[in-house]
Write a new protein. Structure first.
Length: 117
């Protein structure tokens, strides 16, 4: 399975972007899909995840209330709607797919998000 992340770009503070993560093939073994981000000089951090079957969503405290994760099962795609963006949201965003509770097996290539002040 390959993951294609897209939708990054340059936006002013307060603006919005929508990231997409599409899996290359249908699979019945998806447990969840998550977004992580990594800013320069910092470790990769969890942003949000969605359970594939139930749609249950989870968020890091830093993005709660501003970001919304959703999925389109038919398109094998997960979206991350990012609103009220802040300069500290600047990072490379990665999507990851897990087939069990044990972690993430597949990773996308990353998409750059830059928020200017």
């Amino acid at each position: 399975v390959q993951l294609q992340a897209s939708g990054g770009g340059l936006v002013q503070a307060g603006g919005s972007l929508r990231l997409s993560c599409t899996a290359s093939e249908r699979t019945s073994s998806i447990y969840d899909v998550a977004w992580f981000r990594q800013a320069p000089g910092k470790e990769r951090e969890f942003v949000s995840r969605i359970l594939w079957k139930s749609g249950g969503a989870y968020y890091a405290d830093s993005v709660k209330g501003r970001f919304t994760i959703s999925r389109d099962n038919a398109k094998n795609t997960v979206y991350l709607q990012m609103d009220v963006l802040k300069p500290e949201d600047t990072a490379v965003y990665f999507c990851a797919l897990g087939t069990s509770v044990s972690g993430y097996t597949y990773w996308g290539q990353g998409t750059q998000v830059t928020v200017s002040s």
